[in-house]
Design a protein around this ligand. Structure first.
Ligand SMILES: *[C@@H]1O[C@H](CO)[C@@H](O)[C@H](O)[C@H]1NC(C)=O
Length: 285
């Protein structure tokens, strides 16, 4: 482009200044020279116009390629979005599968426990088949829903403790349990000895204790931080057994558990013959 402009300028100079001079000369060679220059000027002009056309074409090609590039970028963006969407869908599916697996595990656990309970009822009580209930590690919301549905009108537990518990003057101990004959609804926690109400209603509770030689029995059935009913015996060498019972109307979230009097003079006795029991069932919701 630049080169052509220079040539064009040179021709203009020639035509405007050199040509008039040549015209006034009578020399025929000069006249021919001017004609040659004029021809060169015309061919340069054509070349220049051709180049202009080529540049225009190149411009069009460039614009088309630009468009194609933008289109590709756009498509890439859409593909990235699609990949992102599918990745998050995959994660959701994985989470759902995990939750459902936990739910299946839990239901299997419940089913196994039911089968064990059935075995226990049919064949009478056998020491060789302890009916230990394993609580599931953690309840998901879905599992809670399932449990709640199962719970409606169907809550009962019956647990036993197979070892003694000696009073401790430094703290009031909660009586914990290690075997569940029944734990319908799974609202009783053996490890803490706490029943957590998940279905509002009126419940029947009973507990039975055997005395420890030369110690008093002192057990209180607690609702939250408050004692509800108590059991007491005097210390004696002769072992005694006592049962206490009560009915309570509970709200969701109420905690019921048994507390041993915090003193070294108190204790309860238990062994594998299952003297110590704690039982409850929903009378009506
Ligand atoms: C007994 O259970 C109650 C209710 O959950 C709790 O507040 C208390 O700390 C427990 N006592 C002991 C000694 O763990």
């Amino acid at each position: 482009m630049y080169e052509n402009s220079v040539r064009l300028a040179a021709c203009v100079v020639l035509l405007c200044f050199v040509l008039p001079t040549a015209v006034y000369t009578t020399d025929g060679r000069l006249v021919r020279h001017v004609e040659d220059l004029s021809q060169e000027f015309n061919s340069l002009k054509i070349e220049y116009l051709n180049m202009l056309r080529k540049i225009e074409k190149l411009d069009v090609t460039l614009a088309t390629q630009d468009e194609a590039l933008q289109d590709t970028w756009f498509k890439m963006g859409r593909l990235e979005e699609k990949v992102d969407r599918q990745t998050s869908e995959l994660q959701e599916t994985k989470a759902t599968i995990k939750e459902q697996k936990a739910r299946i595990d839990y239901l299997e656990e419940v089913e196994n426990t039911r089968r064990l309970m059935h075995y226990g009822n049919g064949g009478g009580f056998t020491r060789s088949k302890p009916m230990r209930l394993h609580r599931p590690e953690k309840r998901t919301n879905v599992m809670r829903e399932v449990v709640k549905k199962q719970n409606t009108g169907n809550v009962a537990f019956s647990a036993t403790r197979t070892s003694p518990l000696l009073g401790d003057s430094s703290e009031a101990q909660n009586i914990t349990f290690d075997l569940a004959f029944v734990n319908e609804g799974d609202d009783f926690d053996l490890d803490t000895g706490i029943f957590t109400c998940e279905v509002e209603g009126t419940y029947y509770f009973s507990f039975t204790m055997r005395s420890y030689d030369a110690k008093h029995i002192g057990v209180i059935l607690m609702k939250g931080n408050e004692g509800v009913v108590s059991m007491a015996t005097d210390a004696d060498d002769r072992s005694v057994m006592q049962t206490q019972s009560v009915m309570l109307t509970l709200s969701v979230g109420d905690l019921i558990y048994l507390r041993l009097t915090p003193s070294e003079d108190f204790a309860i006795y238990g062994n594998s013959f299952n003297y110590i029991t704690f039982n409850s069932f929903l009378v009506f919701a």
